[in-house]
Design a binder for this molecule. Structure first.
Ligand code: NAD
Ligand code: MG
Ligand code: MG
Ligand code: MG
Ligand code: MG
Length: 336
């Protein structure tokens, strides 16, 4: 059994460039280095990440310089800047037979990046935020990863992708093979329909229903936002069974009989439309166009969220619950 666990062997003599030093970039770079691999972080010289990576004891270079001579380049910048980064810094500098690695398939799958034919194109996506990927690695564990091979020019893409997943700690936990299409489409669907989009709209609709009926906003906040974490943690740790085990019979009966009236067949039909828009590229086209046009609509919609009354109520209540530590990135609850 243990003979089948992937190791970092295939990257032992490789030079790895990690472009971007945010949530995933920092965790990958530190874990790869601590796995004994040769890592250079590629970030802009005047940006805030340069100092941070250097302070963490890593080699740092401009992205184009990090790519030169690299055998594997991990692209861990925000998705919307990756296409320009590929054109400007990666494509002109990457060696033939080198590997280009992503943590999300968006740009390759939706044709924003058309990778050179002479390079490997692979993906490793940890199923958790960077802070957790780092923390679990330091404890001797790992976060499960999904991985994919889009293009195998060297004939060694599989060895490389598995070695990278091992290097960041994923092989200590679980590795699941996927495709760029499956990773990209399910990731977008999850965050749109359920995790970010679905969950926040459910909370806001619940808060508005209670406050419009005259209940105090503070009480409404606790019932529909604050306590959501308790339920999500139960689901996360033990599925539906654990939630049923730890909530009252009254809550269970209300869940089983009322829940399907809130989220019903019409909701599911709209989820299917949202999935269709992801699969046929309409969402990607819209988001890329929005980004290129300066994000006016994105910013306005975000401001509307931030102006919602639940935000003011929440800020006041959270100030009285210092254990929530609002300045710290959360380890368990960030989908991406
Ligand atoms: P992030 O926003 O946390 O960090 C991005 C980093 O990229 C910045 O810290 C900076 O160092 C660098 N950067 C920003 N703009 C740049 C530019 N114009 N040129 C060069 N470098 C620039 O990003 P993230 O959340 O770590 O996401 C990175 C990738 O990982 C994305 O493809 C994302 O979809 C994927 N991913 C993220 C998570 C997650 O938990 N955040 C999980 C799985 C996959
Ligand atoms: Mg929302
Ligand atoms: Mg209650
Ligand atoms: Mg995701
Ligand atoms: Mg995502």
């Amino acid at each position: 059994m243990s003979t089948n666990v992937p190791t970092t062997a295939a990257l032992q003599s490789a030079r790895i460039a990690v472009l971007g030093y945010g949530s995933q970039g920092r965790a990958h770079a530190l874990n790869l280095r601590d796995s004994g691999l040769d890592v250079t972080v590629g970030v802009r010289r005047n940006g805030p990440s340069w100092e941070k990576a250097a302070a963490d004891g890593l080699k740092v270079a401009e992205p184009a310089d990090a790519v030169k001579n690299a055998d594997l380049v991990a692209v861990l910048t925000p998705d919307m800047v990756q296409a320009a980064l590929y054109t400007d810094a990666i494509a002109p500098n990457l060696k033939p037979n080198a590997a280009l690695l992503f943590a999300h398939g968006f740009n390759v799958h939706f044709g924003q990046i058309a990778p050179r034919a002479d390079i490997d194109v692979i993906l490793v996506a940890p199923k958790g935020p960077g802070a957790l990927v780092r923390r679990e690695y330091e404890k001797g564990h790992g976060v499960p990863c999904i991985y994919a091979i889009h293009q195998d020019a060297s004939g060694k893409a599989r060895d490389k992708v598995l070695a990278y997943a091992a290097g960041i700690g994923g092989a200590r936990a679980l590795l699941i093979e996927t495709t760029f299409a499956e990773e990209t489409e399910t990731d977008l669907f999850g965050e749109q329909a359920v995790l970010c989009g679905g969950a926040t709209e459910l909370v806001l609709a619940g808060f508005e229903t209670l406050t419009e009926a005259g209940y105090q906003p503070e009480i409404a906040y606790y019932e529909v936002l604050h306590e959501l974490k308790l339920i999500v943690d139960l689901l996360h740790e033990g599925g539906l069974a654990k939630m049923h085990q730890f909530v009252s019979e009254t809550a269970q009966y209300g869940d089983l009989t009322r829940g399907p009236r809130v989220v019903d067949g019409a909701t599911k039909a709209r989820m299917k439309q949202i999935l269709d828009e992801i699969r046929d590229g309409r969402f990607a086209q819209e988001w890329v166009a929005e980004y290129k046009a300066g994000n006016g609509n994105y910013r306005a919609l975000k401001q509307k969220d931030l102006n919602h009354p639940i935000e003011q109520v929440g800020a006041g209540l959270r100030a009285r619950m210092p254990w929530l530590n609002p300045a710290q990135p959360t380890l368990t609850a960030v989908p991406a």
